[in-house]
Ligand binder design. Structure first.
Ligand SMILES: Cc1cc2nc3c(=O)[nH]c(=O)nc-3n(C[C@H](O)[C@H](O)[C@H](O)COP(=O)(O)OP(=O)(O)OC[C@H]3O[C@@H](n4cnc5c(N)ncnc54)[C@H](O)[C@@H]3O)c2cc1C
Length: 506
């Protein structure tokens, strides 16, 4: 079957759902959005507290697994990616986090016109419905509601007291004039429900007659004629379809699937494509290279039940909370487990934070429990520390020429000397020596990444290099850069980040 659209958007995730919604604001253009997943309606997806469960649920997830990581003990890292309208915003941690202004200015210096801070800030504001007043950095009334996490009164004050004693700054607004410091996080939650890009941008736009959304449609190839992308091929319900692009094809399948689709279309490193029997349409060595991921180290400590989430996860109490949430949109279910967010410098001399740490009164493994039927997980407090500007570069390659095969992914986490030392830097060492308020019981050993001696609320020693390499380091789910992002470096991919330019109709 052949059809046509002015704009074809491939992938309805964080990017694609917004792009399709924005493009279709112009009633004169016809937009077709192609999504491999479905429109998901599962109630868990709307519940902020259920994030650890939906993140691991294969129904909404491509569930990729990486190649053995040479600098992380050859472990294969889980690579979750959301599948369905909303993409990874269906299953992500909902933490609203802009980059540092310098990050965008550096993109501009690398050659990306229009991506400097002054150029992108108006777009952040255009999307935003901010919890605070409208000012130079924030706006109200946009589709994306940014809520302030409601801090708990048991752990949050003690935690803030501890980090303050350790010399860290506190921060009310990480997206204002200064990013650095610890505070309660900003989250994409609207009316107590997950603010996925499908919920906040796409579903309202789907009322427009000029926007067509095709779900369970797997894009398999971009057709190129005379150097122009002219059509998209996709598979739906076992049938092959061809959709002609009158104006432009926007690729927003994410950091793994976008290079996969380009490679399947014969756009990529010629030698690699030939080995798989794929006709080379355009030899672009940068496709699938330059994959950037944020290594994350999970730290877990035993803690008193009085400060953990365990009691609230008891099934009967949870059921009442679900009822409260369904009726009012409020309560425990409507809040994220993450208590504190810190953008910190791992070395004092840095000009901007290089790590983001998320502190919570439970671990990612916590699940509902009931006495005598299912035991609770151990009482723990936990922290995930994410390196924000890793130097390590990985890749995405095809495993085969079959579009249904999963791509091969190597993040190369911890592959450079600079990506390793945050866990043994002077600033972190100072934290180890300094006293902090006690919120954990006498130390005991817990499996996995737990420290065997963590009597204080904050101790960092579990993140030393060896445990990180062997067990704790994982990817931070923020992968990017694998299609070259349009940078004008000679050997990188020259396809612009999302769009393959098409001739304008006269
Ligand atoms: C578990 C997890 C937690 C995270 N937590 C946070 C967080 O708290 N805060 C934060 O800012 N970021 C977080 N992130 C990162 C953030 O969610 C992603 O960076 C972002 O969603 C990526 O957006 P995207 O549009 O590039 O890709 P995605 O949102 O992944 O969208 C890609 C879409 O394309 C579709 N697709 C792929 N291939 C095809 C094909 N061949 N044909 C048709 N459709 C296709 C997919 O099904 C998907 O819907 C998290 C990510 C994950 C996975």
């Amino acid at each position: 079957m052949t059809d046509s659209a002015d704009y074809i958007v491939v992938g309805a995730g964080s990017a694609g759902a917004v792009v399709a919604a924005r493009l279709s604001e112009n009633p004169a253009v016809r937009v077709t959005l192609i999504e491999a997943g479905r429109r998901e309606r599962h109630p868990l997806l709307a519940m902020p507290i259920a994030f650890p469960m939906v993140m691991a649920d294969k129904r909404f997830n491509w569930s990729y697994e990486g190649e053995p990581e040479p600098f992380a003990n050859d472990r294969r890292l889980r690579q979750p990616r959301g599948k369905g309208l909303g993409g990874s915003s269906l299953i992500n941690g909902m933490l609203y986090a802009r980059g540092h202004p310098r990050d965008y200015d550096e993109w501009r210096q690398l050659g990306l016109e229009g991506w400097d801070w002054d150029s992108v800030l108006p777009f952040f504001k255009k999307s935003e419905n901010h919890w605070g007043p409208a000012d130079r950095y924030h706006a109200r009334g946009g589709p994306l509601t940014v809520t302030k996490h409601i801090p708990d009164d048991r752990l949050f004050p003690r935690f803030i007291e501890a980090v303050t004693k350790l010399g860290y700054k506190t921060q009310q607004d990480h997206h204002g004039s200064d990013q650095e410091g610890w505070g309660s996080p900003d989250i994409s939650i609207h009316g107590g429900r997950r603010g996925s890009t499908s919920a906040r941008f796409l579903y309202p736009a789907m009322k427009r007659p000029n926007l067509t959304v095709i779900t369970k449609a797997h894009a398999t190839r971009i057709e190129v004629q005379n150097g122009r992308a002219t059509a998209l091929h996709y598979r739906k319900d076992g049938q092959e379809h061809r959709l002609v692009a009158e104006h432009e094809i926007v690729l927003s399948g994410g950091a793994y699937n976008t290079p996969q689709l380009l490679l399947l279309s014969g756009i990529g490193p010629a030698d690699e494509l030939r080995k798989l029997g794929i006709d080379v349409v355009h030899d672009l060595p940068g496709v699938g290279r330059n994959l950037q991921d944020h290594p994350s180290v999970a730290l877990v400590w035993p803690a008193d039940r009085s400060v953990t989430l365990t009691d609230e996860l008891r099934f009967d109490r949870l059921a009442l909370s679900v009822l409260q949430w369904a009726l009012t949109g409020k309560g425990r279910i409507a809040n994220m487990p993450v208590t504190a967010n810190g953008f910190i410098k791992t070395r004092a001399e840095l000009e901007r934070p290089d790590a983001q740490c998320l502190f919570q009164p439970t671990s990612i493994l916590a699940r509902p429990w009931f006495p005598g039927i299912k035991a609770p997980q151990a009482d723990v407090i936990a922290m995930a520390c994410v390196l924000l500007r890793p130097e390590g570069r990985g890749w995405v390659k095809l495993a085969s020429a079959d579009p249904a095969a999963k791509p091969r992914i190597l993040s190369n986490v911890l592959s450079t000397e600079n990506d390793r030392p945050p866990h043994r830097s002077p600033r972190w060492s100072r934290a180890r020596r300094s006293p902090g308020p006690r919120s954990a019981p006498p130390p005991r050993s817990t499996p996995g990444c737990a420290s065997s001696s963590a009597p204080r609320c904050i101790r960092w020693e579990a993140a030393r290099w060896e445990p990180a390499r062997k067990r704790c380091a994982m990817r931070g789910c923020g992968s990017a850069g694998s299609t070259g992002c349009g940078l004008p470096t000679p050997r990188s991919c020259r396809v612009s980040s999302a769009a393959i330019p098409m001739p304008r109709r006269s």
